[in-house]
Structure formats: C-alpha cells, structure tokens
Design a protein around this ligand. Sequence first.
Ligand SMILES: [Zn+2]
Length: 222
Amino acid sequence: MNIILIGAQGSGKGTQAEKLTSSLGVSHVASGDMFRKAFDEKTELGIKANAYLDRGELVPDDITVAMVLSRIKEPDCANGVLLDGFPRNIAQAQSLDEGLKETGRQIDVVIYLDVPREELLKRLSGRFICRANQHVYNLYANPPKVAGVCDLDGSELYQRSDDRGEAVQIRLDIFFNETIQLLDYYGSQQKLIEVNGNQDIDQVHTAILSQLNAFKQRKNKG
Ligand SMILES: [Zn+2]
C-alpha cells in the first residue's frame, strides 16, 4: 500500500509517520532524508538537488519527483511506502501519478492530519530542542522537568529560528495556501481520509488505523 501523509508543521506528522510505518510494515520516505541519502550516495539527482539546497533554494519539481520515483523502486519499498513531505503541490502530485502509472503502481490512500491553525501556532511556539541531541520538548504538551534543561542529557533547550515569530506564519501560509489544495486533488480521486489531529498522540494513531480500515472496507465493496 502506498500512502501519502499530509500535515502542517506542528501537526505531529513525523511522529504519526513513525508509528504508522511500523504498524503497517511500509517504508517511511521523508523528503528531507531522501535528499540527504541521495547526496551521501552521490547519485546524479542527489548532487543536482544539493546544489539548490546549498543556495537555500527549493529543489525543482522534476528533480524531486524523479528522486521519489527512483526511491520507490528500491527493494525496501516493495511492501509500499509512506510519503512524508511530498508531494507539496498539485504539479508534483500529477507528476507522481504519471510516473507511478508507468511502473504499474499508484497512490492508494492519502491521510490528512487536520489541526487548526491556532493550535499549530501554539504548538510551534512551545517547541524547544536540546543542544546536545535534538530531543524535542513542548512547553504545553511535553514540558521538561526543569525549565530550559533537557531531561535526558542536561543540555540547554533552545527554539529553532523557523519555529519563532514571522517564520512560523510564513510556513503555515505556504501550507494553507498551496499544500492544502492536495486535499481537493486526492478527494476527487476518492482517496482522501481526514483525521482529527487535535488529540493526543495515541488517540490520533488509533483514529488513523480505524479510518484506514473503514476506507479499505469501502474500497473492497467497490
Ligand atoms: Zn537532550
């Protein structure tokens, strides 16, 4: 089964992706990791993509799509994949559909983690990371025992610059203006599941699994 997981920064997408890939036995393909891996392995696409990232630019759609398609063909993706952070827009989604069709595969289901913008802002503004090991804390949901200090290694907690102030608004604007259009795209293909992401981590995971089962049953009935 090939799955796309869509969610804004702060929606808990990364956490749910980890839980889902282990529950479902599919490979987690996160766009950032994929770029790093392709560059480490010095693939042609990896080197091209890195040149854009080095300049602080977005990697063009054709390179990103080609990289995802080649990643999906690797043996560890034979049981299916969970795509995280890709596609970001309709153009990428269309290229992905076309590329998969050529290999006789398709996207089976798209899961949207729905979290209201105000809640995302609150979560992101409360997010702190430790300097030593990048352990993640949240002042609201998962605070450290001692303010400003990592529970696990005692190092200082800090806030990433893109989790602060205007940078957060810009990231959320991009998500709510562009990525959100994917919901219509996949909705019209009858592939969309919308899950309430405004619950605790285990409740969200349970909701995803039960809606996924209901989706499969509907599909089997045709
Ligand atoms: Zn730490």
